[in-house]
Design a protein around this ligand. Structure first.
Ligand SMILES: Cc1cc2nc3c(=O)[nH]c(=O)nc-3n(C[C@H](O)[C@H](O)[C@H](O)COP(=O)(O)O)c2cc1C
Length: 276
C-alpha cells in the first residue's frame, strides 16, 4: 500500500507500565509491505498529528504508543474510545535508512573527523540535499542521553527570510545570513526535567551533527543560545516554541567557502594522572 490509510474504530487505550498504546487494527506489515524491520508512521488520531514507530507485539499485532502530550490532547480516559486514525508510512525515516551509501563512501574515519573538524562560517551557494540533511539529523538522534531520554527536537530552517531574521540580533550568529540552512536544537523539559542533563544531552546531539556534517564535507558552526538572552526570546517567538521546549543550540550549515586547518590542541598540562 502507498499513501494514506484511514480507519475509524473503537480503540482500547491500553496502559502497560508507563506506556499507553492502541492496537493497530490491521496487519501493518502486510499493509505497508514491510515484512521485516521497523515501520515508521505518521498521520493523525482524531485530527491530532502524531509521528512514531509501530512496536510489534508478536502474531502480526502492531501497536502505536500514545505519548503523554497526545494523551492530553486526545483527552485520554483509560478506556475504549472512538478513534479516527489516519496512518501513512513515514518516508523521511526511510530516506535516513537509505543513507548507507554515505556511510560506505565516507573517507573520514572517526578519529580524523574529530581532529580535523573546524567551525565553518562562510558558505557557498551549493544546496544541502534532504538526504544529506537527514544523515546529519540521524547523527543527532544517535547521541547518548541521560537515562536514554533523548529529549531533543530539531527545527530545520531553510527559508532565507527566516535565516536572515534569525541572524539579525545576534552578533555571533551573523553567518546564518549566508547559511544554506540551520538546525535549531531544542530540549524538552518534560522528557528531561534536570536542566543540566537536558543541556548535556542536546549538546552531545549537537556535536554529533557537527561531526556528521564534517564527514559529508559540509561546513557547520555551533551557535550557543544563552538562556536569558534576547536571542533566545526571539527564537521562542519566531519558531513558536511551546512552553516546555527550550532552544539550546543553533547549527549553521552550508558548503564551505573557507578552508580552516586544524591545529594540535593536545595539552599535557591539562591531563592529571590518577589525582589532580
Ligand atoms: C557552546 C558553544 C557555543 C558557541 N557559540 C558560537 C557562536 O555563537 N558563534 C560562533 O561563531 N561560534 C560559536 N561557537 C563555536 C566556537 O567559537 C568554536 O568552536 C571555537 O572557536 C573553536 O573553533 P573550532 O570549532 O573551529 O575548533 C560555539 C561553540 C560552542 C561549543
Amino acid at each position: 500500500m502507498s499513501g494514506d490509510y484511514m480507519i475509524s474504530y473503537e480503540a482500547e487505550m491500553i496502559k502497560d507500565g508507563r506506556s499507553v498504546y492502541i492496537i493497530i487494527p490491521f496487519n501493518a506489515k502486510e499493509v505497508f509491505n514491510k515484512p521485516k524491520g521497523t515501520i515508521y508512521v505518521k498521520g493523525t488520531i482524531n485530527n491530532i498529528p502524531y509521528r512514531n514507530k509501530l512496536i510489534s507485539k508478536g502474531n502480526n499485532v502492531q501497536i502505536l504508543i500514545i505519548n503523554k502530550k497526545l494523551q492530553d490532547l486526545l483527552g485520554y480516559c483509560g478506556t475504549i474510545m472512538k478513534v479516527e486514525l489516519m496512518i501513512t508510512e513515514d518516508n523521511i525515516i526511510s530516506d535516513v535508512l537509505d543513507t548507507q551509501d554515505f556511510i560506505e563512501n565516507c573517507k573520514l574515519d572517526v578519529i580524523s573527523a574529530i581532529s580535523t573538524r573546524k567551525s565553518i562560517r562562510k558558505y557557498t551557494e551549493q544546496t544541502i540535499t534532504d538526504k544529506e540533511l537527514n544523515t546529519i539529523l540521524n547523527a543527532g538522534f544517535c547521541a547518548p542521553s541521560a537515562k536514554n531520554k533523548r529529549p531533543w527536537n530539531f527545527i530545520v530552517v531553510k527559508n532565507k527570510d527566516q535565516l536572515m531574521e534569525l541572524s539579525k540580533i545576534n552578533i555571533n550568529g551573523k553567518m546564518l545570513q549566508n547559511a544554506n540552512c540551520c538546525i535549531i536544537v531544542c530540549g524538552d523539559k518534560i522528557l528531561q526535567g534536570t536542566k543540566e542533563l537536558l543541556i548535556a544531552d542536546c549538546s552531545a546531539s549537537t556535536q554529533n551533527m557537527l561531526l556528521a556534517s564534517h564527514g559529508l564535507g559540509i561546513g557547520a558552526v555551533w551557535c550557543g543560545v544563552i538562556q536569558n538572552s534576547d536571542w533566545r526570546k526571539q527564537i521562542v517567538k519566531q519558531f513558536k516554541l511551546p512552553e516546555s521546549i527550550i532552544p539550546i543550540s543553533v547549527i549553521s550549515l552550508g558548503y564551505p567557502k573557507e578552508i580552516r586547518k586544524s591545529e594540535s590542541r593536545f595539552d599535557l598540562s591539562k591531563i592529571h594522572n590518577e589525582i589532580w
